[in-house]
Ligand binder design. Structure first.
Ligand code: NAP
Length: 248
């Protein structure tokens, strides 16, 4: 069964990692995919080619989600190219980890802007077409550390906690227009973002997880698919932890 047949989707930050995994799973379920990135030109082109070769309408847009005007332009371009925006996945995110004592203002601001302000920018940008259609599903990529905090990630966990508050408020404001908004809090998902941690740290993380493994991009993509599709028609304003039992 194709759960997203004919749906037009924007995924931010899909040139690799979780965003790419979501694009691949959505494509298998019949979605048309507009996705963004900022620097990985070759990877983005390769994904556009991979999705298109499998019969999916797909287009990569070089667009910085932390830039308000760029988000407005992206929404206009996607409307011109695809005709509607049914699903928005705010996935783009970065880390600039460090203990608070050593964290610079720049590292705080860039994480807040790329992780959190991007969600505001993109949600604002798709609001008009979704309100007009009286339908939409917005999915924001948060993190378990936005729920529980993490030493060395004050900027990152603050940005993800802010996403959860934003998600709940948006769900309350837009529910009457049949626009749903939920966030996913992944635990430890093995991507390029986590490769930077080194083998020993990765092993320790795996040991602490009740299911005894790191998550895969498919683990997150399948939950995103559920939230994007009508399978979750009565789910809004929720933060869903996808973390192998890390948060119970
Ligand atoms: P990743 O492998 O580093 O990929 C990040 C993606 O975001 C890349 O495609 C990157 O492309 C894009 N990106 C970065 N800044 C952007 C911007 N300003 N505008 C648009 N795109 C931008 O990260 P990931 O592990 O897949 O993580 C994806 C999301 O899941 C993030 O929000 C992250 O915080 C969250 N998350 C991850 C984990 C984990 O364990 N991996 C856990 C919890 C939450 P370019 O480099 O080309 O810009």
């Amino acid at each position: 069964m194709k759960l997203l047949k004919g749906k037009n989707v924007i995924i931010t930050g899909a040139s690799r990692g979780i965003g790419k995994g979501i694009a691949e799973v959505f494509a298998k379920h019949g979605a048309n995919i507009a996705f963004t990135y900022t620097s990985s030109d070759e990877k983005a082109k390769a994904l556009e080619y991979e999705l298109s070769s499998n019969g999916c309408k797909a287009k990569a847009y070089k667009s910085d989600a932390s830039d308000f005007e760029a988000a407005q332009q992206l929404s206009k371009d996607v409307m011109d190219d695809f005709g509607s925006i049914d699903v928005l996945v705010n996935n783009a995110g970065i880390t600039k980890d460090g203990l608070l004592m050593r964290m610079s203002e720049e590292d705080f601001d860039s994480v807040m802007n790329i992780n959190m302000k991007s969600v505001f920018n993109m949600t604002k940008a798709v609001l008009r077409p979704m309100l007009k259609a009286r339908a939409g599903s917005i999915i924001n990529m948060s993190s378990v550390v936005g729920v529980k905090g993490n030493s060395g990630q004050a900027n990152y966990s603050a940005s993800k906690a802010a996403i959860n508050g934003f998600t709940k408020s948006t769900a309350l404001e837009l529910g009457s227009r049949n626009i749903r908004c939920n966030s996913i809090a992944p635990g430890f998902i093995e991507t390029e973002m986590t490769e930077a941690l080194g083998d020993e740290t990765v092993k320790e993380w795996r040991e602490q997880i009740p299911l005894k493994r790191g998550g895969t991009t498919d683990d997150i993509a399948n939950t995103t698919l559920f939230l994007a599709s009508d399978m979750s028609a009565y789910v809004t304003g929720q933060v869903i932890n996808v973390c192998g039992g890390m948060l119970t």
